[in-house]
Design a binder for this molecule. Structure first.
Ligand SMILES: CC(C)(COP(=O)(O)OP(=O)(O)OC[C@H]1O[C@@H](n2cnc3c(N)ncnc32)[C@H](O)[C@@H]1OP(=O)(O)O)[C@@H](O)C(=O)NCCC(=O)NCCS
Length: 244
């Protein structure tokens, strides 16, 4: 039995998905009541399938736009669960979204029984201060290679980005919650690895080269082009004057 993943499923795959969900609904519960959402996602190329010997046995539906996507639904046919299909289908979907400029995927953990499945795949809790529109059962995963924050937070002589989980007036004297060293590719404003962090646009960010402060404000003002949705996503930063 060959398992494959189809990012451009056909109407036939959609029909097979509908029949499985209908049967599952009759046996207890499924995403069949979301059928209109699934059908619309199919029409809008936001639908992928896991296939066994060419027949659909699982699917994902997503929404959003680069760099932030939301995984709306993932489901594997009950008789095929526990064989690694769900994990590989999620990974194939993330590969697809990464190729479309995705940097982060989030989801609402419903049903709650799937929570450990998502945590197993590396999904994390949002910072509790990120904002009221992020619910406690929302999880996220960064799907690109990014630079890790410095573990001890200190880097006084270097060029860094510092971020506080709070507005500038709340974050005056405390130490930053995250500090990233800025490292560029040779002769380029592009970072060797991007800095990626879910955040609120109201949080305080400081861009500093040694003791010279290049920006210190709310993210949405200081680094406008590097903030989309709930994500700080720095790919390029002009080198500070006098070198970098
Ligand atoms: C959640 C779901 C998609 C997982 O698919 P699956 O094919 O059974 O998952 P896999 O076999 O790939 O499992 C991957 C890993 O997650 C674990 N896992 C799978 N389902 C799990 C669950 N419900 N709870 C906890 N862990 C789970 C597996 O043990 C496995 O661990 P490992 O990689 O350490 O071996 C599937 O169970 C399903 O369709 N559930 C109903 C719908 C649902 O809850 N969807 C998610 C919300 S949209």
């Amino acid at each position: 039995m060959a398992t494959t993943f189809e990012l451009k499923p056909t109407r036939q795959h959609l029909g097979q998905t509908r029949r499985s969900l209908k049967a599952e609904a009759a046996a207890g519960g499924s995403f069949f009541n979301n059928w209109k959402i699934i059908e619309r996602a199919f029409k809008e190329d936001r639908f992928a399938c896991a296939l066994i010997d060419g027949r659909a046995v699982g699917f994902t539906v997503w929404s959003g736009a680069a760099p932030c996507y939301r995984l709306e639904i993932e489901s594997v046919r009950p008789d095929q669960r526990g064989r690694g299909i769900g994990r590989r289908l999620a990974e194939a979907t993330f590969d697809h979204l990464r190729a479309r400029g995705g940097a982060m995927v989030d989801l609402e953990c419903q049903p709650r029984t799937s929570e450990s499945f998502w945590r197993n795949l590396g999904f994390l809790d949002f910072h509790p201060k990120i904002g009221q529109h992020i619910k406690p059962d929302n999880l996220y995963k960064i799907i690109i290679a990014d630079v890790a924050p410095l573990s001890d937070g200190s880097c006084p002589d270097r060029e860094v980005i510092e971020l506080w989980a709070g507005q500038p007036f709340e974050a005056k004297s405390q130490r930053a919650d995250w500090t990233w060293r800025v490292a560029r590719k040779p002769d380029s404003p592009t970072l060797a690895l991007p800095i990626v962090q879910p955040c609120s646009g109201d949080w305080r960010v400081v861009w500093r080269a040694g003791h010279s402060v290049l920006a210190d404000d709310k993210i949405k003002h200081a680094l406008k082009g590097c903030y989309a949705g709930d994500l700080l996503f720095i790919r390029d930063l002009p080198p500070p004057e006098g070198g970098g």
